[in-house]
Design a protein around this ligand. Structure first.
Ligand SMILES: Nc1ncnc2c1ncn2[C@@H]1O[C@H](COP(=O)(O)OP(=O)(O)OP(=O)(O)O)[C@@H](O)[C@H]1O
Length: 429
């Protein structure tokens, strides 16, 4: 008898799960010929040892901006290496460095030029970490330009999610001009900004826009047919043969077009999740029902993520409404939400906002679709007031999962809801 483990499934569909991860750079960028040609043209000066062009890439989430960038920079690096081998005495230095600005920004906020500069220094120093506090901004920029100047040749700096760099765009202004201003002497710097926020470009100051957007490359959404081709190529390498059919690939592609604006990431995630679902259920091949189950699971997780992405006050408010909801007390008035929120904020070691301060967050949560509000009118005596409940898109369990993910110490905080409502004057004593 072979070895058996409780972790083993009767069937195995996924051959190489690494190919589904975010770190994986695809062997080929499919269905992007026009865009790739523009991108190649923008990078040609680097290959030729001429001053680099700056570029701004934009398009919805999951349409291949990062994948195309990683792929082309690896190609460029390899081609310059082999060119250098062929032309001793005329070598061209080339380095690229990539930072995702979203990871540097707090939830709901933006990263400062200072934080981006520190992240770049750490990337360039490869392990030697500079702490994110304790330096004057000027010192950090000096470190960065010293580091860049030591490298020489051409350095391309890729700022992914560049829209998460805050108002002060010092770095976006200075980096492409560093050589002209005299911050560096030996190195030519090119900047590649990537964003899925269309308004970002128009909000840039004209000077920054003119340099960063020297070349603009738009990544359009994929069609269902294109997505099918992309995930089919991935499935051939990542899944075992005969474990999936065309119908399943088409369904993943169609759902990604319909619900996720043509995102290859979504199509890929649906396929992977459906494969895991089929493995757990013990059947081969993957069936359409596995894809629908995958969609449910992904939708559930997305909602949890978007709650966890909110700032702490908003999460506490959502938890307050969720607790009231779990107790059958919603729709509920602002006063009661505030009382529950205050208790939770204190338990989390946070200074609670006043009811007025909290109200701003509450209306925002309504606008964002997490909550649903009702206007109540009790005539002359009662006046007008709003009540709130979780929107149909959000469940109590999702809010709880999000709070657990944010590691707020609130799992075991008990709320005496009757008392809260009584204190808020909403329950007769
Ligand atoms: N044309 C393509 N060929 C092969 N794989 C692709 C293609 N486009 C996207 N992918 C894959 O889809 C996933 C998402 O792509 P990518 O990360 O490049 O999206 P993005 O546009 O950078 O999204 P975001 O703005 O959210 O960062 C990745 O796994 C990537 O490998």
């Amino acid at each position: 008898m072979g070895s058996s483990s409780i972790f083993e499934d009767d069937v195995e569909i996924i051959r190489n799960a690494d190919l589904f991860t975010e770190e994986h750079t695809p062997a080929e960028i499919l269905c992007r010929d026009d865009v790739m040609q523009d991108y190649v043209n923008a990078l040609k000066p680097v290959y030729k040892g001429r001053p680099p062009r700056n570029a701004f890439l934009y398009g919805d989430t999951g349409v291949g901006k990062t994948a195309a960038t990683k792929y082309l920079l690896q190609e460029l690096d390899a081609d310059i290496d082999s060119r250098n081998d062929d032309s001793p005495g005329d070598e061209r230095g080339f380095t690229y460095v990539r930072v995702n600005c979203q990871n540097l920004a707090p939830a709901d906020g933006t990263a400062s030029s200072y934080q981006v500069a520190i992240a770049l220094v750490n990337e360039l120093r490869d392990g030697e970490t500079v702490s994110s506090t304790g330096y004057a901004a000027r010192e950090v920029y000096e470190m960065l330009y010293d580091e860049l100047d030591d490298i020489g040749g051409t350095v391309l700096i890729v700022l992914d999610e560049v829209d998460r760099v805050g108002e002060s765009d010092t770095l976006l202004y200075d980096l492409p001009r560093a050589r002209d201003i005299g911050y560096v002497e030996n190195t030519r710097i090119g900047l590649i900004g990537i964003s899925n926020d269309y308004t970002f470009r128009s909000n840039l100051s004209p000077k920054v826009r003119d340099t960063l957007c020297e070349t603009e490359i738009k990544f359009p959404a994929y069609t269902a047919a294109e997505l099918e081709e992309i995930i089919e190529a991935r499935a051939e390498r990542a899944l075992h043969p005969d474990t999936y059919g065309k119908e399943v690939l088409s369904l993943c592609a169609a759902l990604a077009v319909r619900n996720s604006s043509g995102s290859a990431r979504r199509a890929m995630d649906l396929l992977k999740q459906a494969a895991e679902h089929a493995e757990n259920e013990g059947h081969v091949p993957i069936e359409p029902d596995d894809v629908y189950a995958a969609k449910e699971e992904l939708d559930y997780g997305d909602m949890v993520e978007s709650v966890a992405d909110q700032d702490q006050h908003k999460q506490l408010i959502l938890l307050a409404v969720a607790r009231l909801d779990a107790d059958g007390r919603t729709p509920v008035r602002t006063k009661a939400i505030h009382a529950a929120y205050r208790r939770l904020a204190q338990a989390a070691g946070d200074d609670p906002l006043s009811q007025r301060g909290m109200y701003n967050h509450l209306t925002r949560l309504d606008m964002l679709g997490f909550l649903h509000s009702y206007q109540n009118n009790e005539g002359l005596r009662g006046g007008q007031y709003n009540t709130y409940e979780l929107s149909e898109a959000l469940t109590v369990a999702q809010v709880r999962d999000a709070i657990a993910e944010s590691e707020l110490p609130l799992e075991d905080v008990s709320l005496d809801i009757d008392r809260i409502l009584r204190d808020a004057g909403l329950l007769e004593s």
